[in-house]
Ligand binder design. Structure first.
Ligand SMILES: Nc1ncnc2c1ncn2[C@@H]1O[C@H](COP(=O)(O)OP(=O)(O)O)[C@@H](O)[C@H]1O
Ligand SMILES: [Mg+2]
Length: 343
């Protein structure tokens, strides 16, 4: 097997909390607390979970937008988390990001042509001015925008079109990996689907690897190879998409899935409503972090933290249920998420 484009090992990011009378440190936000995953070249991995579980922090840590507390990040076999910024430059080109808000992420004083030309110039990717112009035109084609729109300003475009410009700008650097952080979350439903389709096409056409971060499990159903589910700073389940959607092996995934509409007419999943508030990442629950909201929790869950372990080929879950006999494990068998037919 070839070297993964991205390898994240035991990544931790704890934000210090400063407070109190003397402004000293009073604790930490355990935003990301031991996250490991890898992405193969040309593969899409979706990172999903409720707001505040640490998804963006994972993305920002990979992009080195701040120093990490622990663990390591490797890009194509090279460790980058401890690289001095001088040597990091060529690595930065190889991973690009598309954020949620296409309004604030485009400079309103730059025409589209200049927005797209900037990374091409910065990374020295073009021979001359004509080459830049050609590349800019090609990028417009790639994201299905008319070439003659390069002379326009960001405010002249709709939200979906602006997100296409952000995607084109990411592609301008000729990256191997694109991190999309809630890239479609702010868009209208119909526009959302168009941008998801575009990302999927680009991923196939260009053989790009993608880390697709989303709080919405439904949106990833049609685009990703694998899914990693996060809860309170940890990955609780990772699996190929089909396996995860058909038979989740973590109660949290099962609950998230129960809210995703089923395409077959007349069928619906039994909705699992999680009780209890999302605990604070400042003081996460002992044992399994999900036990305070888990419908299946038993005594061991509040005492011992479950490790992410394989439940079958390529499928990993961090849940003590899988140590129990199948008859006492509601997530055993082919269909974890109950789908009930209505006639
Ligand atoms: N710069 C920061 N300083 C302190 N806490 C932060 C900072 N960034 C994020 N957090 C906290 O870390 C946790 C995870 O945040 P985030 O990664 O943005 O979650 P998500 O993207 O899944 O919604 C949250 O509790 C958030 O408040
Ligand atoms: Mg986020």
């Amino acid at each position: 097997m070839s070297t993964p484009i991205l390898e994240v090992n035991d990544l931790k990011k704890h934000f210090p909390i400063h407070g109190g009378f003397f402004g000293g440190r009073t604790g930490y936000v355990y935003a990301v607390d031991g996250v490991s995953f890898s992405i193969a070249k040309g593969e899409t991995l979706s990172l999903v979970g409720e707001s505040g579980c640490g998804k963006s922090t994972v993305g920002k840590a990979i992009l080195r937008l701040f120093p990490i507390t622990g663990g390591s990040v490797n890009l194509d076999g090279t460790r980058i988390d401890d690289m001095p910024s001088g040597t990091l430059r060529p690595m930065r080109r190889r991973m690009q990001v598309v954020f949620q808000d296409p309004f604030s992420s485009l400079n309103p004083r730059m025409r589209v042509r200049d927005i797209l030309a900037e990374p091409i110039r910065n990374f020295g990717l073009a021979k001359d001015a004509a080459d830049i112009e050609k590349r800019v035109g090609d990028l417009m084609d790639r994201v299905r925008l008319p070439r003659d729109a390069v002379g326009r300003w960001p405010h002249e475009f709709s939200g979906g079109q602006r997100q296409r410009i952000c995607i084109a700008r990411a592609l301008a650097a000729d990256p191997d990996l694109i991190i999309c952080d809630e890239a479609v979350s702010a868009l209208d439903v119909s526009v959302k689907a168009q941008i998801v389709n575009l990302l999927q096409d680009l991923q196939k056409e260009l053989g790009l690897a993608m880390l697709f971060i989303s709080h919405d499990l439904a949106i990833v159903e049609h685009m990703t190879h694998r899914v990693a589910v996060m809860y309170l700073g940890k990955i609780v389940e990772v699996a190929p998409k089909r396996q995860l959607f058909a038979a989740p092996k973590h109660p949290y995934t099962e609950a998230l899935l129960s809210a995703v509409p089923v395409p077959e007419p007349g069928a619906q999943r039994e909705r699992i409503i999680l009780t209890g508030d999302v605990p604070s990442p400042i003081n996460p629950p002992k044992g399994c972090r999900f036990h305070t909201r888990c419908p299946y929790a038993f005594d061991r869950c509040s005492k011992e933290e479950p490790e992410l372990r394989p439940t079958e080929e390529g499928h990993f879950a961090a849940c003590h249920l899988h140590d129990r006999p199948a008859s006492e494990n509601p997530l055993a068998g082919a269909r974890g998420a109950a789908v009930i037919a209505h006639h």
